[in-house]
Design a protein around this ligand. Structure first.
Ligand code: ATP
Ligand code: FE2
Length: 324
């Protein structure tokens, strides 16, 4: 059994996986009343909840400590203070349990957890708050075929929702508003397989200011436009790589309209479409444990723990993949 620890951003989680089967997937989220995430505060939150989440995870999985054979943790990418606290906790627990550590890349874990849904070699559309990337395995590495050139799609939606006074997280609120809206043309920002959102955000705010457009129409058009960009970018990646599977990841992938558009595109291309359940889409530790199992050969023994470090800006294609 592998125990996984997630702490890259607002979520602290503990997951336990046994031979690809998830036994438990617990999380505690740091939230703010208003404004964005304050990294130091999020890190403090993680330290406060860590021991309790850990104990509860073992309890719920009905296993004892000595059944854990290794601990995997997200070492990259993410907010440095959060990553550091996660690593410190992982090292401490690994010493306590006398097991090795497996540092894992969070983005790769989002992709690999798709195996649980049956995806074998997918193109991943990873659409979360901070990240928007199109990733696939090619030539011994996970490569980023396309990505946002400015902000992540979730942060973009949250920013506009906050501007409308809808609160955080904005995604579900915008989705609800969009149900009653109709289409207005917005800028469409897709270059190759890259996307950009800040220009659209400015435009949306100007349209709102003008008082000429109902917010429902703005919400509807926002979704139609930016999801079309993401789906088209993903389709280009499918065409470019010749792969036959599309997998969704990240919190924005919870959006039913985005899922629907992906489904239609895949059907038209003769591709399979996979979307994990919500608890595996957003940041979670089960995917870290799952990734740890794949990378069991990379496990680092205690004598070499001082060589293990965090990599807040590690790129997906810097990760060496030896297991496939
Ligand atoms: P990461 O570090 O992986 O980027 P994150 O915190 O930025 O993590 P997630 O936790 O994966 O992102 O997802 C949070 C985002 O998902 C928020 O921006 C939120 O608005 C968005 N979201 C959640 N539900 C929906 C939905 N139904 N439609 C659109 N966006 C959604
Ligand atoms: Fe994530």
């Amino acid at each position: 059994m592998i125990l996984g620890i997630e702490s890259t951003a607002h979520t602290f989680g503990i997951g336990i996986v046994n031979n690809g089967k998830i036994l438990v997937n617990l999380r505690e989220m740091y939230t703010t009343e208003k404004g964005g995430i304050i990294p130091i505060d999020a890190a403090k939150h993680h330290v406060e909840v860590a021991d309790d989440v850990f104990d509860r995870a073992l309890e719920e999985a009905r296993i004892s400590c000595d059944e854990i054979k290794a601990i995997a943790f997200s070492s990259a990418p993410g907010l440095a203070p959060c990553l550091i606290k996660g690593m410190e906790f992982a090292k401490k627990k690994a010493f306590d349990l006398n097991v090795p550590l497996i540092p894992v890349n969070h983005c790769v874990a989002h992709l690999e957890i798709g195996r649980i849904t049956g995806a074998k070699d997918p193109v991943l559309l990873y659409a979360s708050g901070a990240n928007t990337q199109i990733i696939a395995y090619s030539g011994g590495k996970y490569r980023v075929f396309g990505e946002t050139l400015d902000i992540g799609v979730g942060n973009f939606i949250d920013n506009f929702a906050r501007y409308l006074g809808l609160g955080f997280p904005g995604g579900p609120k915008v989705q609800e508003l969009a149900k009653k809206g109709k289409y207005i043309e917005l800028p469409y920002k897709l270059k190759g397989m890259d996307v950009a959102f800040s220009g659209i955000l400015t435009k949306l705010k100007q349209m709102k200011e003008s008082g000429k457009y109902p917010v429902e129409d703005l919400a509807f058009s926002l979704q139609e436009t930016v999801f079309a960009m993401l789906v088209e970018a993903a389709e280009r990646a499918l065409a470019h790589t010749g792969k036959k599977e599309l997998l969704l990841g990240g919190g924005v992938a919870c959006n039913s309209r985005l899922q629907e558009m992906c489904k239609i595109m895949c059907k038209e291309r003769g591709c399979k479409f996979f979307v994990p359940e919500r608890s595996l889409l957003t940041d979670n530790a089960a995917m870290i444990a799952f990734q740890g199992e794949l990378q069991i050969d990379d496990a680092v023994p205690q004598e070499r723990f001082n060589e293990i470090d965090i990599h807040p800006r590690q790129r997906t294609d810097e990760v060496e993949i030896k297991y496939r």
